[in-house]
Write a protein that binds this ligand. Structure first.
Ligand code: 4NP
Length: 154
């Protein structure tokens, strides 16, 4: 069993989208039973909320339903999950600062380390931007999660 956690700031835009896309992908490849997949935020600002309406609408257009509710990162996540994927550099640093041991920090990766074709360094925060930002996030995540899955299964 592989355990994958996607992390952004609010857990209402980028990481719920990553969770939904990855779950969809592993289902379509018939490997869903090999995985536990979740997402969270380094902040608890939006605790208990569904994903942002704009993010959900953009995802639905690609056949992906986002059903998660926002939660904050917990200390126990560093023991539970094998792959902890930060959506941007700020949240990557926040994750590293919360890890207590090398074995915990070794589980932390940047989502964009798996994004080759689009060559983004971060998944840009779409919260205060326009409609376009949500499509860009989904494009980046579709490519990144595909490469991530290939690496995990190798
Ligand atoms: P996320 O986007 O980190 O991708 O969920 C954001 C959501 C909310 C805020 C910032 C980013 N906020 O400032 O409330």
């Amino acid at each position: 069993m592989k355990k994958v956690l996607f992390v952004c700031l609010g857990n209402i835009c980028r990481s719920p989208a990553a969770e939904g896309i990855f779950k969809n992908l592993i289902k379509s490849r018939n490997v869903a039973d090999l995985f536990i997949v979740d997402s969270c935020g380094t902040s608890g600002y939006h605790e208990g909320q569904k994903a942002d309406k704009r993010m959900r609408a953009a995802a639905v257009k690609r056949g992906i339903e986002l059903t998660s509710f926002s939660r904050a990162l917990r200390s126990s996540d560093f023991e539970k999950f094998d792959y902890i994927l930060a959506m941007d550099n700020l949240n990557y640093r926040k994750l590293l600062s919360r890890a207590l041991t090398k074995s915990q920090s070794d589980r932390i990766y940047k989502m964009c380390d798996y994004v080759y074709d689009l060559s983004f360094d971060e998944v840009p925060d779409p919260f205060y931007g326009g409609e376009n930002g949500f499509e860009t996030v989904l494009d980046i995540l579709e490519e990144g999660t595909e490469n991530l899955l290939r690496e995990i299964l190798n």
